[in-house]
Design a protein around this ligand. Structure first.
Ligand SMILES: Nc1ncnc2c1ncn2[C@@H]1O[C@H](COP(=O)(O)OP(=O)(O)OP(=O)(O)O)[C@@H](O)[C@H]1O
Length: 550
């Protein structure tokens, strides 16, 4: 992964432009001070003209440079976001699904997107303001030093104090952030428990107890959020205090015993205004530090997710491309975690075109069996062969290209019907898409769509019923043209007549494809060549109960 603080393209020039914009603001205030004091002595108007031009230049320069900085910094940051997203999604693919835990894919993706946003925020919320502050501070120090060396030293000390304040602020933010995340996690845990088990909780009269726990967790989260805000408040309050102190010390330096008494009054005014104007810039530091802390936490989460060894080794290059493969498991077991077996030793041969129903109790390993067949897992013992070749000796992509996997909740992206189907086979023609929808039992649905394949699908546009979604998943599998279709409870959420109709259409359309369908209860058994029952108890070996038909 790219280092967190590596500036994206154009971020350094953006920071310099931001620095010039900020310096324009600082010198606008300082030259205004010079102008006001000089004007009070009623000099010849010509002596004021230079300062008037300076004030105008700085006044115009500030928004112009600020706008320029915004345009190029956001352009750079958005490109960086796109690159980091692509890189992260690429890293997630080999980890899917075995290393991603049992979280819902949508939740996982939302978390990853949010973490990447926080990470990229560093570019515009931390790097640009910090570079800008540095540039403006250096310019201010140089100008002050040229006018009066001790004034340069005062501005330099002020800038160093702002850095120290940033470090303290960072430590407070870090602690606050940790507490906030822990407290929010607890709220989420209890809320999920509450929402997912309301009926059971009512049955054991535990609803009030859990509601009290939820209220306490919520109160703890609010306290943690207040502590976190305290860090930011210390930073902002501290920078205001520093500004005030800076003005006082500078006033003392230019007028007091430090030998500056000889300074002309307008120049003295310019120098006294300098720390005041710099205060605006130093006030950016706490926000920049806050963004940095959030980004570090997000980065740690992303690294924890992405920095895992894939469950399946992809070492061989030779690609198998059989049109009708024979799949064979020989005493194969599989494990998601490496700590326990999640599939008992299994021997099973799937001839080309065979239709097999796999049943078994919850947790007996049906989905694990499909994951093994789809090469989302490799056998922890035994063998998995495709056309007589051990799958570990051929390319992973080649094996996966043979399989179409349909789960119990096919995802529909915001986009047209066509785009949602082309995901499975980008080269498919409209005729093939139409045919797949018709074969999956969605012919009438398609005919009723206002724009046919161009109709928009997805949230808030056009929803699909559970049965239609299941059929859409099957249509995608048909469009893919892959010779093996693996279905994990594709009709789990449907009523019996709809489930029977969907499966009937699948069997009629799967013609020469091999179909393995997992279901915790026997459905439409007569449509399958074989029914395989998985035993819930792990060992001893089960080759006799599996591989046979019932
Ligand atoms: N992604 C995963 N990570 C870790 N453990 C998993 C994962 N998926 C399944 N398991 C574990 O593997 C075992 C078998 O689960 P599996 O989902 O294969 O059973 P199943 O027969 O399909 O059950 P169900 O009918 O409830 O879907 C279970 O103990 C389960 O907790």
């Amino acid at each position: 992964m790219k280092p967190l603080l590596q500036p994206a393209r154009r971020i350094v020039p953006a920071g310099v432009l931001g620095g010039i914009a900020v310096a324009c603001g600082v010198f606008l205030t300082a030259t205004s001070g010079w102008l006001i004091v000089q004007a009070s002595t009623r000099p010849v108007i010509l002596t004021l003209l230079t300062a008037v031009v300076g004030v105008r230049t700085f006044g115009i320069g500030r928004p112009v440079f600020r706008y320029w900085e915004r345009v190029i910094s956001h352009d750079g940051a958005l490109r960086d976001l796109a690159e980091r997203r692509t890189e992260t999604y690429r890293s997630l693919i080999p980890l899917t699904p075995a290393r991603l835990g049992r979280r819902r894919r949508a939740d996982l993706l939302t978390g990853v997107v949010r973490d990447l946003d926080d990470e990229v925020d560093v570019q515009v919320r931390s790097l640009v303001p910090l570079i800008a502050t540095l540039v403006a501070s250096v310019l201010a120090i140089v100008v002050a030093f040229v006018l009066l060396p001790v004034a340069g030293a005062v501005v330099a000390v002020l800038a160093l104090c702002a850095v120290a304040l940033g470090v303290v602020d960072g430590a407070l933010e870090r602690r606050g952030q940790r507490d906030v995340l822990a407290a929010r996690g607890e709220v989420q845990r209890i809320a999920h428990l509450y929402a997912a088990n309301t009926v059971e909780l009512q049955a054991i009269h535990a609803v009030d107890d859990l509601a009290r726990q939820l209220a306490e967790a919520q109160a703890a989260a609010e306290r943690a959020a207040r502590r976190q805000v305290l860090g930011r408040a210390v930073g902002l309050g501290g920078s205001l205090l520093l500004t005030g102190l800076g003005v006082g010390v500078m006033a003392y330096a230019v007028s007091g015993p430090l030998g500056a008494g000889a300074l002309a009054a307008p120049v003295a005014a310019l120098l006294v205004f300098l720390p005041l104007a710099l205060g605006d810039v130093l006030g950016l530091v706490p926000d920049a530090v806050g963004a940095l802390v959030r980004a570090r936490v997000a980065r740690r989460r992303l690294v924890g997710l992405v920095d895992q060894e894939p469950a399946v080794a992809d070492v061989a290059r030779e690609r198998l491309t059989p049109a009708a493969p024979t799949l064979r498991l020989v005493d194969a077991t599989a494990s998601w975690t490496g700590a326990a077996e999640h599939l008992p030793p299994t021997t099973l041969t799937l001839a080309p075109g065979e239709k097999v129903l796999v049943t078994g109790a919850n947790g007996s390993g049906k989905s694990t069996l499909l994951a093994l067949l789809a090469r989302q897992l490799d056998p922890s013992a035994g063998r998995y062969e495709v056309d007589g070749r051990d799958v570990r000796t051929v390319s992973l992509a080649g094996i996966r290209d043979l399989m179409a996997v349909v789960d119990d909740d096919p995802h529909l992206f915001n986009g047209t019907v066509r785009a949602n189907l082309l995901l499975a086979q980008p080269d498919a023609t409209d005729r093939e898409l139409d045919a797949a929808l018709v074969h999956a039992g969605l012919g009438r649905w398609l005919a009723g769509l206002p724009d046919g394949l161009d109709t928009q699908l997805g949230t808030g546009v056009r929803g699909l019923s559970g049965g239609e979604r299941a059929r859409f998943g099957i249509a995608r599998a048909l469009v893919s043209g892959r010779p093996v279709v693996l279905l994990d409870e594709p009709v789990a959420h449907l009523d019996r007549p709809t489930a029977t109709a969907v499966l009937g259409d699948l069997m009629a359309s799967a013609d020469r494809r091999t179909v393995v369908l997992v279901s915790h209860q026997p459905v439409l058994t007569e449509a399958f060549d074989r029914v395989v029952a998985l035993d819930a108890s792990p060992a001893p070996p089960l080759p006799s109960s599996i591989g046979g038909s019932s």
